[in-house]
Ligand binder design. Structure first.
Ligand SMILES: Nc1ncnc2c1ncn2[C@@H]1O[C@H](COP(=O)(O)OP(=O)(O)OP(=O)(O)O)[C@@H](O)[C@H]1O
Length: 580
């Protein structure tokens, strides 16, 4: 049961509609200010040319008014920039949340299959590309088109020939941009592809620099980075060339608008149709509008880049997600609430399949039982646990908890009932206390102290100068493996979950800690599914499932399975002999 993927958030929704209206009003105001400038220039020339009495006072007044209109235009452009940035940032924030929501609902295995560098690129590079289009590209086009249209309309009222000449310049620019813009696409895509490769490589090396060092591959990896860097540089230059071409085409074509107005104006003045002052006014208006139009080229470049980002983000959001809320085919929306803390529930797998990792796996863990899942590497043991934790959806079959299909529980309710320790669940950055309380931030101090004492974390805290406030690095890298494991245990046990899912949970523990873990399991009243390679841990269980090639091949009490010459006994023969 998978939740339908969600689409890219709508651009013009909620507050952004008002922001765009604000920008449109700004565009109108800019056109009015530009026209005011033009009219004042025209009047100034009239006054100066006519040498009227009192003309100099009026000329100074007009100059003051021109400066005022110019300042207003400049102020409107500042406001436009701020409005536009707000618009872009608002959408970028929504995009990031949509990406996060999608990631949080995807199966971790699907996420692991992706390059982490490419995922970071979605969050950073693609969101930035779209924000740039929203805040620098689109508003420029909207405001520019609006103010240019209004200015041209007014110009047409003054003189049709000049307006016609100016329009040709702008139309020419639009046609040139439309013809050129398709040529930019391949360059943008290539640059993006190379960026993703480089990001994936760098991310891989950040996590695995020790591997590079240990196996003495520093020079080889450096050469690879150099090759990727050179490829990216070529691709970025090609992309910039395309963008610059768009910008120059817009500049070149729009300068024709000014030239056209000048030419048409000169003809009209010569024919006695217009005064020179009117032509000067028209030139001023076109001169004030032309820069906006010149920006169209750059804006179009932003759009081409954003379009690729939209495609990448849409593909990410289209990844199938795990269901987050309960629903089934009958429309029944929920099973009975899961057992209260410390309660025990039955967990049953009915013919569960997952690719080749699990094949029609059926077994039942009775409420309160501790089940040891054993078998050779790659048998499907971890896959089984991942399914019980709903980190993976089965391809077929059904998992039932407390008698109800797992899908009928709300995911949050199910996760509250589960305590999970798996190698894939590292500690997170932040304080040690944050990690301890991660599953229940508001847990009472007594509960935190209980699990800390139970898992030996209190001894660890006593040795750290900053105690619970000690900073934990990415994945707990500044702590020993055993220390991390103990904190992971305490994190899982906080709030006494009904079910414990443990994947090699005693890996990296010293003998004393491993013994402590045995005591924790003995005192735990809920149901436990634990993947283990430890003979002692297996012998502590109530029930053993022997899994091989995705199938349950043996099941029974540990003593019973070790008492006959089956697969479980063969797997643990040596340890059993050593244990006597
Ligand atoms: N993250 C993953 N993405 C895709 N396939 C995976 C992933 N993890 C495991 N598999 C595949 O699933 C199959 C079962 O792996 P699983 O991890 O469940 O085995 P396991 O019994 O837990 O092995 P081990 O004891 O070595 O941990 C393997 O063939 C493996 O290739």
């Amino acid at each position: 049961m998978r939740r339908a993927e969600s689409a890219v958030p709508r651009m013009w929704a909620g507050a952004r509609r008002f922001m765009l209206t604000g920008l449109a009003l700004n565009g109108i105001a800019q056109a009015v200010a530009a026209l005011a400038c033009a009219w004042l220039t025209h009047r100034f020339f009239e006054v100066v040319i006519d040498h009227r009495t009192g003309g100099s006072a009026m000329a100074f007044g007009l100059i003051g008014a021109m400066l005022g209109a110019g300042a207003l235009l400049a102020a409107l452009r500042v406001v436009e920039r701020v409005q536009a940035e707000r618009l872009g940032q608002d959408y970028a924030a929504e995009l990031r949340l949509a990406l996060y929501d999608s990631m949080a609902e995807q199966s971790p295995r699907r996420m692991q299959a992706r390059s982490r560098g490419a995922t970071i690129l979605r969050f950073v590079g693609d969101v930035k590309g779209i924000r740039r289009w929203m805040s620098l590209g689109l508003p420029r086009i909207a405001v520019g088109a609006l103010s240019a249209s209004i200015a041209l309309c007014v110009l047409a009222l003054v003189n049709g020939t000049m307006a016609f000449a100016a329009s040709w310049g702008f139309v020419g620019a639009a046609v040139a941009l439309a013809l050129l813009s398709d040529r930019v696409d391949p360059a943008v895509r290539e640059a993006r592809r190379r960026q993703a490769r480089l990001a994936a490589n760098v991310n891989d090396k950040i996590g695995g620099i020790a591997v590079v060092q240990v196996f003495d591959q520093v020079a080889r990896e450096r050469a690879l980075l150099e090759r990727q860097g050179a490829g990216l540089a070529d691709a970025m230059v090609a992309q910039t060339r395309g963008m610059a071409l768009l910008k120059s085409a817009a500049e070149f074509s729009s300068s024709f608008a000014t030239a056209g107005v000048l030419l048409a104006g000169a003809i009209e003045v010569a024919g006695g149709e217009l005064k020179a002052s009117q032509v000067v006014g028209a030139i001023t208006a076109v001169g004030l509008i032309a820069p906006t139009f010149r920006d169209f080229g750059q804006a179009l470049g932003y759009w081409r880049s954003a379009r690729v980002s939209f495609e990448k983000i849409a593909a990410f959001l289209a990844t199938p997600r795990l269901a987050t809320c309960a629903q089934d085919d009958d429309g029944d929306s929920s099973a009975a609430p899961l057992a209260a803390p410390c309660g025990a529930v039955e967990i049953e797998f009915r013919g569960v399949s997952s690719g080749t990792a699990l094949r029609a796996f059926s077994a039942c863990a009775p409420a309160g039982a501790t089940v040891a899942i054993v078998g050779p590497s790659g048998a499907g043991k971890s896959t089984l646990l991942a399914m019980a934790a709903r980190l993976l959806e089965p391809d077929g079959g059904e998992i039932r908890i407390a008698g109800a299909p797992i899908g009928r529980y709300r995911l949050s309710e199910l996760r509250r009932a589960l305590g999970v320790v798996m190698p894939d669940l590292p500690l997170l950055r932040g304080s040690l206390e944050r990690n301890l309380r991660y599953r229940w931030p508001g847990a009472p101090d007594t509960e935190v102290a209980r699990v800390a004492a139970l898992c030996g974390v209190d001894e660890l805290l006593a040795t750290l100068p900053d105690g619970a406030q000690t900073r934990v690095a990415d994945a707990g890298a500044n702590l020993s493996y055993g220390q991390r494991q103990r904190i992971a245990w305490a994190r899982a046990l906080l709030g006494s979950p009904s079910v414990l899912l443990l994947d090699e949970a005693d890996a990296n523990l010293d003998p004393a800690s491993a013994h402590g873990l045995g005591q924790i399991l003995d005192g735990f009243t809920g149901t436990v599914l634990m993947v283990t390679h430890s003979y002692a841990r297996m012998m502590q269980a109530d029930l053993v499932w022997y899994v091989e090639a995705g199938r349950l091949l043996e099941s029974g009490a540990p003593a019973e399975l070790m008492g006959r010459m089956g697969r479980t006994r063969r797997l643990f023969q040596r340890e059993a002999n050593e244990a006597g």
